[in-house]
Design a protein. Sequence first.
Length: 139
Amino acid sequence: MTELDTPPDPALVAEWRALLARHAAAACALDRELGERYDLGMSEFEVLERLWEDEQAPREAGLRVQDLACTVHLSQSALSRLIGRLEKAGLVERAICQVDRRGIYVALTEDGRTRYREARPLHREILARTLTDGGAGRG
């Protein structure tokens, strides 16, 4: 018997497809609506939010790029390009780690904090609309 001969599990496959549909609906709505109103994509917003959350922790300001890459589910190179765009827009700034000169820290600028605070309500509204049981799949 090969793995293709294994009886299918339609409930499991249906659950997987529903998860994919919810993710796609949320991602598309986030990219479209955040882009139209705040000139941010889903990944840009996620980076701003992770940096915002990091600022709330009492320690050195800024996240190392390599630590940020693990939390936003982007490759190191994709994240570097994204940070470059955010830096060019004046929303983040990079700095060399004084302890380990190989490390690069990223932190929000005041404009980045402002843009994040302005965009957060729309982000949460989109999540509620696309990820709750009553709104799943709408976008």
